[in-house]
Design a protein around this ligand. Sequence first.
Ligand SMILES: *[C@@H]1O[C@H](CO)[C@@H](O)[C@H](O)[C@H]1NC(C)=O
Ligand SMILES: *[C@@H]1O[C@H](CO)[C@@H](O)[C@H](O)[C@H]1NC(C)=O
Ligand SMILES: *[C@@H]1O[C@H](CO)[C@@H](O)[C@H](O)[C@H]1NC(C)=O
Ligand SMILES: *[C@@H]1O[C@H](CO)[C@@H](O)[C@H](O)[C@H]1NC(C)=O
Length: 312
Amino acid sequence: MRQSLLFPAAVVAPLLLPSTLAADPSNKRGLVYVPSQEHPTDDNIWVRPGSDLSWYYNYGASPSAAFLQHPEMEFVPMLWGAKDGDTGTEFYDTVKGLIDSGKNISYVLAFNEPDGDPSTGGSQIPADLAASTWIREIEPLKKLGVKLCAPAVTGSPNGFVWLQNFFTECAGRCSATCMPVHWYGNFEGLTSHIGQKMAAYPNCTIWVTEYADANNDLQSTQRFYNQSAEWFDRMENITHYSYFGSFRSDVSNVGPNAAMLDSKGQLTDIGSWYLGGDATGNIPTAGAAGKSVVASGLLGLLAVVLSVWTVL
Ligand SMILES: *[C@@H]1O[C@H](CO)[C@@H](O)[C@H](O)[C@H]1NC(C)=O
Ligand SMILES: *[C@@H]1O[C@H](CO)[C@@H](O)[C@H](O)[C@H]1NC(C)=O
Ligand SMILES: *[C@@H]1O[C@H](CO)[C@@H](O)[C@H](O)[C@H]1NC(C)=O
Ligand SMILES: *[C@@H]1O[C@H](CO)[C@@H](O)[C@H](O)[C@H]1NC(C)=O
């Protein structure tokens, strides 16, 4: 549990607007972000005036306190995992509560890497349990006008098998209209993987909800970033993307060069480009060995714990 952090208006005063932020946003661009416990002021970076970001998710069902004052960042709730024997509708109730309180909830995400092992951040959910949980917690949201995104499997071939099993178990009762993609690797692999997903699920738009060229040198990582952003913006059926890198380079679990913040919390080139600004020249550096293992799923678990607060 964590107190809501509402920042004073001065923090985001227009006077602080960096002149380098471009005016022309890609409205596809969003943020996968778990509020920083160690460096709470890092939260402000993503909502600076002029930022290109238009949506976010935090692996949890409730909005992040740091972004409550920023309706321009549309929150996308996620049901992270599923528990055997659970018959409740906590996720449904939470999302309905948000809608009833006036929040614009257009989409929900379901299940973080259900085909993945917990040691690498997966939620490891059997397809039948995921399907029954979906039918109870997710599917009814459709009646409230919410669009439902399919489970966010890993980028491995297993992901396709898991999804196929999931939809078989659903037997027509899971109406996903968007298909998340997770990808850690090079650009050619990314485009081929997304091509495969589009072919397998032609009725779904694509959401790239975690991606980076993990553990590569800085120049390759930046080239990957440039190529993928340009491609996503051009591809009509890729409607949302969120780069995996909204943390400091010294705690990155995908290599320091992928991070959008350097070890001091300043935007790296990629971080600044992502927000619509110019290169900063800030070089991401690695932390002390052994300090940096924060897998995405663990972040997710943390988020679930941290995002349990009452939304005003
Ligand atoms: C709610 O979000 C959707 C999708 O992001 C957007 O198209 C719509 O304009 C938003 N509605 C309001 C009232 O902000
Ligand atoms: C795609 O949508 C069409 C028209 O609504 C439907 O007939 C078809 O079964 C859908 N295909 C899949 C794979 O869901
Ligand atoms: C985009 O999706 C529509 C259906 O939603 C499909 O008809 C079209 O072929 C897709 N375009 C590409 C480039 O895949
Ligand atoms: C990436 O794009 C920026 C401009 O947006 C450019 O300055 C930079 O040289 C590019 N880097 C690579 C490695 O392509």
